[in-house]
Design a protein around this ligand. Sequence first.
Ligand code: CA
Length: 224
Amino acid sequence: MVHLLLVEDEVELALPLKLALAREGHGVDLAQDGEEALARLTEQNYDLLILDWMLPGVSGLEVCQRLRKDHRLLPILILTARDGVDDRVQGLDAGADDYLVKPFELKELLARVRALARRSQEAPTQERLTYNDLTLDLTGKLAFRRGVPIELSAKEFQLLTYFLQHQGRVMSHEEIYQYLWQGETAPNSNVVAAQVKLLRRKVDRDFESPLIHTVYGLGYRFGA
Ligand code: CA
């Protein structure tokens, strides 16, 4: 049983699918376009994503690419009427784990969902980073300090992961910038400082022992 997001714009397909998945015991949320899907995915942690390729506005493929770019690891099953080999390759290249061609048998979809759910649940604690009282669950994209969950944006999570992986060493603005915005145009020149400030507010503000330190003129250092 998993908590999944179904993204499908055709209501006459979406509703019966939702019902069938719910009957299997899954918790199912429905989004009807790519924008809505991305919004829900930033608000909640889903175990699995069923994603229609052809959506109004942001396509399913684009949703998939964006999630992978943000290092979101949840399993993704793409639904599509496109059954060419190139289409399959394109879907898998975008980061999908599985690919189902419409029209499909309901029982096949349910079987694929079971397989993906199993895979995602087999490795729940495998990717875990800890430092003192801070824990990052890289699979679930969750951060905890003293066992209390910290709500982080995708970029904040990425930055905190980077900090933990390089604890004790000074990281320059430039290095962090390259890591977080490689190939993208950053919104402004103070973007790293702004991002660190946001992260610090969430990770350090309520604790007497700060983990993120400014090293004047050089950058930042993570550690007690
Ligand atoms: Ca569609």
